[in-house]
Ligand binder design. Structure first.
Ligand SMILES: NC(=O)c1ccc[n+]([C@@H]2O[C@H](COP(=O)([O-])OP(=O)(O)OC[C@H]3O[C@@H](n4cnc5c(N)ncnc54)[C@H](O)[C@@H]3O)[C@@H](O)[C@H]2O)c1
Ligand SMILES: [Zn+2]
Ligand SMILES: [Zn+2]
Length: 364
């Protein structure tokens, strides 16, 4: 089958014929329906994060189950599913305490299947599976626990978005920060993830929602996701601008959704005394944000990370589906440019250039 293969930082992804072995016990084969263009894959391509190579990237995916491995009981052929990039074991301490987004069995195996091998290869060459998803390909073999079935009226692009940016962004607000009604919120970085933080804040009843982005087109687009105020750091100090918009106090909740030292500092410094900053962006290796440790104490600030929206994908994907189907979150305006798998490098160039909306591969 055809897949986009990552062979090293700085080298464009290559479209190659690769072999995909049949699903083993507890695994299924999925025909990919949509694959979203998320910055997390780009971090590998730019050398800002590392993964075993070669790898098929793509972790924001959806599709149709076409083959079952031995012992699979919760899925059947023909099921339409959202793919989770943290399939989970259900037995480790994290799974058992409701924090399946940090499943130990998944972390210890990374881009390998749970049994430590890969289904992807090219002759003798082992090819890894990003997040046990690897959806920049025509098909994927994934763990049963990495699939959540969806109703027929949820289209593949929206389903794929729930597989990363929606759950990450909306979840980061409601499960990570626990934003309360009437709060002030600032979101630094308004791409696919940041837009979902914005609409998560709207959902949670925040009354002042400040979008911060260096790209005016992104700020304009953010207005459709609940942003009430707009700050472009290229026009002046964003911390001062956020304080000015919040009676000189700073925001109750601030979010970082780009990935970098400077944006983390902006988010942290623009939270009020007693405020909470949630970092969602993945910073390049070696990033070194400066956090004033005395302010942390004297101002009783909270600085925390949120991975996969601090959600439990197998439960919370369904919550996101319900929020979407009941009109509480908007995943239709989110839908960006469509690409074929062959256009994957063009799709990432568009992401870097700041094309608004979540790009998505829909032809494989
Ligand atoms: N925590 C998680 O579970 C999780 C999940 C998915 C993605 N991520 C990470 O979230 C980050 C965002 O991903 P995305 O797909 O939304 O990326 P994106 O490229 O769509 O959005 C990033 C946005 O940040 C803006 N930006 C760039 N520099 C800025 C600055 N100095 N100040 C303010 N805004 C700035 C860009 O214009 C863009 O709109 C990435 O680091 C990604 O890896 C984390
Ligand atoms: Zn992602
Ligand atoms: Zn586990």
């Amino acid at each position: 089958m055809k897949a986009a293969v990552f062979r090293g930082a700085g080298v464009p992804l290559t479209i190659e014929e690769v072999e995909l072995d049949p699903p083993k016990a507890g695994e299924v084969r999925v025909k990919i329906g949509a694959a979203g263009i998320c910055r997390s894959d780009l971090h590998y391509m730019k050398g800002e994060a590392r993964i075993l190579e070669p790898t098929v990237l793509g972790h924001e995916g959806s599709g149709t189950v076409i083959e079952l491995g031995e012992g699979v009981t919760t899925l059947k052929v023909g099921d339409r599913v959202i793919l989770s990039f943290v399939p989970n074991c259900g037995r480790c301490k994290y799974c058992l305490t409701g924090r399946s987004n940090m499943c130990d069995a998944h972390y210890s195996t990374g881009p390998l299947m749970f049994d430590g091998t890969t289904r992807l290869h090219k002759g003798d060459e082992r090819i890894h599976h990003m997040g046990k998803v690897a959806c920049f390909a025509q098909e994927a073999v994934v763990p049963e626990s990495g699939c959540v079935t969806i109703p027929d009226d949820v289209a593949f692009p929206q389903a794929a978005y729930i597989g990363c940016c929606v759950t990450t962004g909306v979840g980061g607000v409601i499960y990570g920060a626990k934003v309360t009604p009437g709060s002030t919120v600032a979101v630094v970085g308004c791409g696919g993830v940041g837009l979902n933080v914005l609409q998560g804040a709207r959902l949670a009843g925040a009354t002042k929602i400040i979008a911060v982005d260096t790209d005016d087109g992104k700020l304009e687009f953010a207005g459709q996701f609940g942003a009430t105020h707009f700050v472009n750091p290229t026009n002046g100090d964003p911390v001062a601008a956020i304080k000015e918009l919040t009676d000189g106090l700073g925001a109750d909740f601030t979010f970082e959704a780009f990935g970098g030292a400077e944006t983390i500092e902006t988010a942290y410094n623009s939270a009020k005394k007693g405020g909470t900053t949630v970092v969602i962006g993945i910073s390049p290796i070696g990033s070194d944000p400066v956090i004033n440790p005395v302010e942390l104490v004297r101002f009783e600030k909270t600085l925390k990370g949120s991975f996969y929206g601090s959600a439990r994908p197998r439960v919370d994907f369904n919550v996101m589906v319900d929020l979407y189907r009941s009109g509480k979150i908007d995943l239709d305006t989110l839908e960006g440019k469509h690409y074929t798998l062959d256009q994957i490098n063009e799709a990432y160039a568009d992401l870097e250039a700041g094309l608004p909306g979540r790009g998505v591969i829909t032809e494989f």
